[in-house]
Design a protein around this ligand. Structure first.
Ligand SMILES: [Zn+2]
Length: 248
């Protein structure tokens, strides 16, 4: 039996059978991998602790005919995210976006590093802000990035309030707005919010402060955009909306 080792972040888990789990890993070496972890939901399984979402793990896998199997796993770092529902909801949103918008077996160290950088922040800082910064930076490298600073029709730099279109791929200046498809308002504040998110340096760990209205607009924008690219809704959004309703 041929085995190989990976360093990974646990992106998603799905239970199957009595005690098994499909674990979606985002590995440093091969990008996203879905692996079967047999028996990992039994309390005494050596895999039970490691196969939790948001863990940073090292793992030994073996090749299967269709799906690889998780043989051994060690937790390199556990992040305290799941105890706080709001933290869990927003961390899930970011992880779901990465999971749904990546293909398996496409090595992508940039996304692995982004996940790794986001985890300490998701466990300690304002989760909504961190999840949106993560999503914004992820989309910039995912091949479906939007143009936030220049008009997608004429190429001019956007000044002041303008419009933005998901279908056209980004900002639309006031001179071109009549040609835009389903545009929505793009106020200066939202443009600055996106710019701050894109420029955020995880290592510098600087303070992030946003106007809550612009933050909500950014969230709606990303959720709608991912929805339009995938053609189906994100599950974690329902979870976020349910939590918001409980607070009313
Ligand atoms: Zn224009």
């Amino acid at each position: 039996m041929e085995t190989f080792n990976v360093e990974a972040v646990v992106l998603k888990t799905d239970d199957f059978g009595d005690a098994n789990r499909v674990v979606t890993l985002f590995t440093k070496e091969f990008g996203k991998l879905e692996v079967n972890a047999y028996g990992c939901r039994r309390a005494r399984s050596p895999l039970s602790g490691a196969t939790q979402m948001f863990n940073h793990i090292s793992a030994e896998l073996s090749h299967g005919t269709q799906v690889d199997t998780l043989r051994e796993a060690d937790v390199l770092h556990f992040y305290d995210i799941t105890r706080d529902l709001n933290r869990l909801a927003y961390a899930s949103l970011f992880f779901e976006i990465v999971n749904r918008m990546t293909l398996p077996r496409q090595a992508d160290v940039e996304t692995f590093n982004l996940l790794m950088n986001s985890l300490p922040a998701l466990s300690t800082r304002t989760p909504k802000i961190i999840a949106l910064v993560g999503a914004c930076q992820f989309m910039e490298t995912s091949g479906v990035q939007l143009n936030f600073s220049r008009c997608v029709h004429c190429g001019r730099e956007i000044v002041g309030d303008a419009a933005i279109s998901l279908i056209d791929g980004g900002a639309v200046c006031n001179a071109c707005v009549d040609f835009a498809t389903e545009s929505r308002p793009y106020p200066v504040g939202l443009r600055k919010t996106f710019a701050t998110m894109l420029e955020f340096d995880w290592r510098a760990d600087t303070k992030l402060q946003f106007n809550s209205k612009q933050l909500d607009a950014a969230e709606n924008f990303f959720v709608d955009y991912v929805h339009s690219v995938l053609g189906s809704a994100l599950k974690s959004v329902n979870f976020i909306r349910e939590l918001e309703a409980l607070k009313l």
